[in-house]
Design a protein around this ligand. Structure first.
Ligand SMILES: N=c1c2ncn([C@@H]3O[C@H](COP(=O)(O)OP(=O)(O)OP(=O)(O)O)[C@@H](O)[C@H]3O)c2ncn1[C@@H]1O[C@H](COP(=O)(O)O)[C@@H](O)[C@H]1O
Length: 92
């Protein structure tokens, strides 16, 4: 699958398997749940604030940050993105 989320998820999983010193993603993995989940909390709050401000560009930007950090969380827990897609498909 080559949708943008799947492509990003593949890069994130590669960072998990092949750590690189300069990679922000690798710093998140190194920090574990404490670091990753704190970022999800922060980014969620930023999505809420951007929606409260009714600022479409800020909403898109903050949701992109939230998607990225959520993908890092599921990769950290070795959950495949396909499983998320399967859950969505089952709800159709
Ligand atoms: N999509 C993203 C992405 N979205 C958001 N971010 C980072 O998430 C952080 C957002 O948090 P903040 O705004 O709070 O910024 P910050 O102060 O730097 O964050 P903290 O130091 O507080 O954790 C920023 O550092 C962004 O660069 C991302 N970092 C990486 N990616 C992609 O992940 C892949 C791997 O990147 P590397 O890990 O850098 O190799 C590449 O495809 C990148 O494009």
């Amino acid at each position: 699958m080559n949708d943008p989320l799947s492509e990003l998820f593949a890069v994130i999983v590669d960072r998990r398997e092949n750590p690189q010193e300069t990679s922000y993603t690798c710093k998140l993995f190194a920090g574990g749940d404490n670091k990753i989940l704190k970022k999800i909390g922060e980014e969620s709050a930023e999505v809420v604030m951007a929606c409260k401000d009714d600022d479409p560009d800020a909403i898109a930007s903050e949701v992109a940050d939230l998607f990225y950090h959520t993908l890092v969380a599921i990769a950290h827990h070795h959950v495949d993105l396909q499983l998320v897609y399967d859950k969505l498909a089952q709800r159709r």
